[in-house]
Design a protein around this ligand. Structure first.
Ligand SMILES: [Zn+2]
Length: 285
């Protein structure tokens, strides 16, 4: 390559503002020398660049990219010179390519760099989006957990309401002077279990509560009995909580004059018509 071919290359890159410091110094010194060919080429390159419909960001290719660019320019120039007569080439190329494939290649490289930076931005955006998606997933997990917690609280609230309702019924019973209290004693040795019947004889309704009863074995249930006229009559079945307690409402108690005792037995689940199991509680009268 002659010395001036090198300036051809540099002028093309110079037009795009992509020269490094040394190359810049070199071309500027050459231009100061008043080279007509280079001045003409520079003017034409500027014309070409003014035709580009959008502005190109001031991206400087990496040194290695620039080195490749120079190699490509050289290769292209050689092919052009070998393959095409200048007039034929001139007729075929659009204006801006006619003015120098070096410019076109440099432009391509810069657009490529610009494209890379767009790809980087795209990647950043994709990362942001996937992080947002993750956040949304986390949020819905939190929402689900909150819903579960809320459902649990609602169940607790309903349990509390039920307990309050029972307490109020008990309070009414306790405040009612018509109500008699019948105590049931535990029959097992060392048993802390006891029971109590609050019986409103006037309206013939009662509350039974059992306390400290042993846990119920699987397939069994406690059953409350009234013994009237020497015959046991079922007043209902009940389970107990973890402390062995429960309160149940009792209705349809036989005529008070016939009632002799209250008792609790452990029976097969679902209850039985006549007591069959062990007795846990019994009243004195
Ligand atoms: Zn020159």
């Amino acid at each position: 390559m002659t010395n001036h071919e090198r300036y051809d290359e540099l002028i093309s890159i110079y037009s795009l503002g992509a020269l490094d410091e040394n190359q810049l110094k070199e071309i500027e010194e050459h231009l100061k020398g008043g080279c007509g060919v280079c001045e003409e080429m520079l003017k034409e390159n500027e014309k070409v660049l003014s035709l580009i419909p959008y502005s190109i960001p001031s991206a400087t290719p990496f040194p290695r990219v620039k080195e490749k660019l120079f190699k490509k320019i050289r290769a292209t120039k050689q092919i052009e010179e070998k393959t095409f007569a200048p007039t034929f080439w001139e007729r075929l190329q659009p204006l801006w390519l006619r003015l120098g494939s070096a410019v076109a290649l440099a432009l391509l490289i810069i657009l490529f760099a610009f494209n890379l930076s767009l790809r980087d931005k795209l990647k950043e955006q994709e990362i942001v989006i996937s992080s947002l998606k993750e956040q949304v997933t986390n949020q819905s997990e939190i929402m689900n957990s909150l819903r579960t917690q809320l459902a649990t609280k609602e169940v607790n609230l309903n349990n509390l309401k039920e307990q309050i309702a029972r307490q109020s019924t008990m309070m009414e019973f306790l405040q009612n002077p018509e109500v008699v209290t019948i105590n049931l004693a535990g029959l097992k040795q060392d048993s802390q279990a006891y029971g109590r019947v609050l019986w409103d004889k006037k309206y013939n309704k009662a509350l039974f509560y059992g306390l400290n009863l042993p846990p119920i074995p699987s397939g069994k249930i406690y059953q409350l009995w009234v013994i009237a006229d020497n015959t046991p009559i079922s007043m209902g079945i009940f389970d107990v909580d973890e402390r062995g307690n429960n309160i149940i409402q009792v209705a349809n108690i036989p005529d008070p004059s016939k009632v002799q005792k209250f008792a609790v037995t452990l029976e097969p689940a679902g209850g039985v018509p006549q007591p069959t199991g062990e007795m846990y509680l019994i009243s004195a009268s």
